[in-house]
Design a protein around this ligand. Structure first.
Ligand code: FAD
Ligand code: DLZ
Ligand code: SF4
Length: 507
């Protein structure tokens, strides 16, 4: 072979991928690799492994149907060396390509590996930009420049201007950039969100589900409810279904949580976007069309577009701007091991049990469950960043480090000291009670601040502020809680700290 060896990773399942640009079907070979190293660098949820392998196999099949020569290494292939480098080396020995072309990966760890391929495999390696994002890494670095503060809101406005999404000339449609204040409603009693579209496994996906069941029996999570889109056609169907049936109320109930309503009005497109089955531009454009057609209100459409055009692009920019140092941040010196109930769901706290139970069932929990329940607990309890981060990376089907790390380290646990969030998202039980029905089914009393029946989030919240007073008290956005803390007696402060410690010791 004197052609090009083109690498397609498990989250690069896009026909227009930069690594496939200029592909010559007569001479080039596409290499796709199922690798033990990738299926085990954290103990992934069974559905996450199944989703990635099923989507990879379908993508390879589609490429072959288009006449592309795909060398596909299966997990159970006896010759499989188990690592990307081992497989690229083996392919090079077999095919002797003139060069290797890859697309920038989604994780620093994999980038480092790619950078070693030239030496390991003896062929020149070209790593091309991943152009499946609206902002390149260079765009983000330019925007960040020498700014002291890198708030998402300002980046988002730039993205609105450069993309033209929801713009009227130079101004945002509706006269404001952000309608978030309208998006904080709890779900009314009796409201029933339309069910999300799920996909029954075909024979190819079923074979992967069987493989995962046999090979990863101890991993976290159920396989039974698997319904993720594994092809571009399914991903487009899921997007259409969301736009037609759930987008209109996405904004209103974006932050709501409800027992048994695992998906509410959320889109469930993060797996498809992150694997490359959907393009973020087409998701935003579909939402804008719905608003222009009068099918969805602006608070919903702007809210949805902000998640993708704003948050998604922003976290990716931040990750690549700040890695590898970003992974070391531990601003709050958090030292507690991850409590075992994150894996078992066995805890007296109903909100945690619900969020973890939803996660086990679907490898999914929506943003507020991730941020204000499991993330909030880890923040308040002071869980070690690496341990809580590995949990998020393992348990969500959409988790790849570029998106997981800033959300966990930056947004949820404030380990970056405020690069991403202007204050820690710390909350007592009152927030969870306002936004969910969890407290009514809980053994703890959300209104009780101390004593054996009290909601643990209450003591944990105050103990967190007390423990981190020297680091956080000067934060202007925490002025109010620290003012309240200043009014507390020494005995009250001690009581909160002791209650929190006693609860954590039992976890
Ligand atoms: P929707 O609520 O319907 O939102 C639409 C889309 O917006 C999502 O599909 C996603 O692509 C994007 N989006 C929304 N919020 C964010 C955000 N904060 N960062 C990046 N994109 C966003 N998202 C991941 O894709 N992978 C992760 O590993 C991940 N880990 C997270 C960990 C924590 C602690 C937190 C607080 C958030 C995390 N998120 C992650 C962001 C968000 O929770 C998920 O993108 C969202 O829940 C996916 O569900 P959905 O597709 O139904 O999203
Ligand atoms: C997460 C994951 C898993 C579980 N398995 C594979 C795999 O077998 N082959 C593959 O190419 N990618 C897999 N991935 C994704 C990678 O771990 C990693 O996140 C991406 O390669 C980053 O771009
Ligand atoms: Fe969670 Fe406290 Fe409410 Fe129980 S009472 S569900 S622990 S917030």
């Amino acid at each position: 072979m004197s052609g090009v060896l083109r690498i397609v990773l498990g989250d690069q399942l896009t026909r227009g991928l930069s690594a496939l640009d200029g592909l010559d079907p007569a001479r080039d070979v596409v290499l796709m690799m199922e690798c033990a190293q990738e299926t085990s660098y954290v103990p992934h949820h069974k559905q996450k492994i199944a989703l990635i392998l099923a989507a990879m196999r379908h993508f390879a099949q589609d490429l072959r149907a288009q006449g592309v020569h795909v060398e596909y290494v299966r997990l159970d292939d006896p010759a499989n060396t188990g690592s990307f480098t081992g497989e690229v080396r083996r392919a090079c020995a077999r095919l002797a390509p003139a060069r290797i072309v890859a697309t920038w990966p989604g994780e620093w760890r994999v980038l480092e590996e790619m950078r070693g391929w030239e030496e390991a495999c003896g062929a020149p390696v070209e790593i091309r930009e991943d152009d499946r994002f609206l902002a390149t890494r260079a765009d983000f670095a330019r925007w960040a420049g020498a700014k002291k503060s890198l708030r998402m809101e300002y980046f988002y406005r730039e993205m609105r201007r450069s993309s033209g999404l929801l713009m009227e000339g130079d101004a945002p449609v509706g006269g404001a950039w952000n309608f978030d204040a309208d998006n904080r409603k709890p779900l009314p009693k009796g409201a029933k969100p339309p069910p999300a579209l799920r996909f029954a496994p075909d024979a190819q996906t079923q074979a992967v589900l069987d493989l995962v069941a046999a090979r990863f029996p101890q991993n976290f999570g159920d396989l039974e409810g698997f319904g993720w889109p594994v092809t571009r056609a399914q991903a487009l169907e899921a997007l259409d279904d969301f736009i037609a049936r759930r987008l209109a109320l996405f904004g209103d109930y974006q932050d709501a949580m409800k027992t048994g309503e695992r998906f509410l009005h959320h889109s469930l497109i993060s797996t498809s976007l992150n694997l490359g089955l959907l393009d973020p531009r087409e998701a935003c454009a579909a939402a804008e069309r719905a608003w222009r057609a009068g099918a969805a209100p602006l608070n919903a459409v702007e809210g949805f577009i902000r998640q993708i055009l704003g948050w998604r692009e922003y976290v990716r920019g931040l990750y690549w701007l700040l890695m590898p140092g970003y992974a070391q941040g531990d601003f709050l010196d958090a030292t507690r091991p991850l409590p075992a109930f994150y894996w078992t769901g066995e805890t007296s706290m109903n909100c945690m049990a619900q969020a973890i139970g939803d996660t086990r069932a679907n490898a999914y929990a929506h943003h507020i469950q991730r941020l204000m329940v499991t993330g909030n607990f880890a923040l308040l309890a002071g869980v070690r960043p690496r341990e809580i981060e590995d949990w998020y990376l393992a348990v969500y089907a959409d988790a790849f480090e570029w998106v997981e790390m800033p959300n966990v380290r930056g947004m949820a646990i404030f380990a970056d000291g405020g690069v991403m969030a202007s204050k820690p998202y710390a909350a007592s039980g009152a927030y969870i009670n306002r936004m969910s029905d969890y407290c009514s089914g809980c053994l703890h009393d959300v209104k009780a601040k101390t004593g054996p029946a009290a909601c643990p989030f209450n003591a944990l919240y105050w103990a967190f502020l007390i423990r981190n007073e020297t680091k956080l008290a000067r934060n202007p956005r925490l002025a109010m809680p620290y003012k309240n803390l200043a009014r507390m007696s020494e005995a009250q402060r001690k009581g909160y700290t002791e209650d929190a410690e006693a609860f954590l010791a039992r976890c």
